[in-house]
Design a protein around this ligand. Structure first.
Ligand SMILES: Cc1cc2nc3c(=O)[nH]c(=O)nc-3n(C[C@H](O)[C@H](O)[C@H](O)COP(=O)(O)O)c2cc1C
Length: 275
């Protein structure tokens, strides 16, 4: 990077991401510029995503760091329209799940660890602890995010789908998941429909999320500009909502969790416990 037009591109990307709170300068690479341009894509053209692209995406996922190299994740690439339709129904009825040519289901997966232990009849008393479950879920999320960045670098569009946790037991049965595994998040992947009414969404300024040496509480006045940024963003697409609305709607009560308030018992049942 270096030319004047490059600098303009960086400034424009930062302004889209941070609104008025844009940081004045950053060291950018092509990777960072691509990450700055991320937006969730929920409308796809009919064009397929090839198996070679899926393999490239999964190679990127496999390259993510993984706690102690345990590799406690798996991914299911769902193309079958009937299965995608069932996932859509279980995951909040979100139409783009079935419309995406490929829907990747990211699985926290302790089943291979059990296979290894069984082989030598070795103890597995560390499995039921919350730390083990957290480790598997963190590994899975890191792999999925690497996959998302890889897909976007291929010109594909993605949206994560937490809705796969709305009905985790039914989804596990549908996908034939082994005991000690559970779907953590889905990733709809396809070619972006350029007509989709969406753009880069503003985020909290770095003055709020980046702390130096010690944590500093943000005041409500420091949070208000992000609410206003998001309200302006949604107004562009004819929607009347701000950022506070989505935060308040999520935390208002168990009903804001889309059925996921039962997740602890369901994880227990799947063999990912929280002792
Ligand atoms: C773990 C996770 C779960 C998500 N689940 C859904 C979902 O079920 N449905 C959906 O439309 N978007 C979902 N999203 C996408 C977010 O809504 C989106 O990332 C956020 O609004 C910011 O928008 P952007 O990605 O376009 O910047 C999810 C994102 C993450 C990280």
């Amino acid at each position: 990077m270096g030319g004047a037009s490059d600098l303009d591109a960086v400034r424009a990307s930062l302004a889209a991401r941070y609104g008025d709170g844009a940081v004045p300068t950053i060291a950018v690479t092509d990777t960072i510029l691509e990450q700055l341009a991320h937006r969730s894509v929920r409308a796809f053209t009919p064009r397929d995503v090839g198996d070679d692209e899926v393999r490239a995406i999964v190679a990127a996922a496999s390259s993510a760091s993984t706690s102690s190299n345990q590799q406690w994740w798996s991914v299911i690439a769902v193309r079958d329209p009937a299965i995608k339709e069932e996932i859509r129904a279980l995951a909040g009825g979100q139409g783009f799940i079935a419309a995406a040519p490929v829907f990747l289901v990211w699985i926290a997966d302790l089943s291979r660890a059990v296979t290894i232990a069984r082989e030598g009849d070795r103890p597995t008393g560390g499995l039921p602890y919350l730390e083990t479950t957290i480790t598997a879920i963190v590994d899975t999320a890191l792999a999925a995010q690497n996959a998302a960045v890889a897909a976007e670098s291929l010109g594909l569009g993605i949206t994560f789908v937490g809705g796969v946790r709305n009905n985790p037991l039914e989804l596990a049965a549908l996908l034939g998941l082994p005991h000690r595994s559970v779907a953590v998040v889905g990733l709809a992947v396809g070619h972006p429909d350029p007509a989709e009414a969406a753009d880069v969404r503003p985020r909290l300024p770095q003055s709020v999320v980046l702390h130096h040496d010690r944590y500093r509480d943000a005041t409500i006045d420091e949070l208000r500009p992000t609410d206003a940024d998001l309200r302006r963003y949604f107004a562009r697409f004819g929607r009347d909502r701000g950022w506070f609305d989505s935060v308040l709607s999520r935390i208002r009560g168990p009903e804001g969790l889309h059925g996921r308030h039962r997740i602890r018992e369901q994880l227990d049942e799947r063999g990912l416990s929280s002792r």
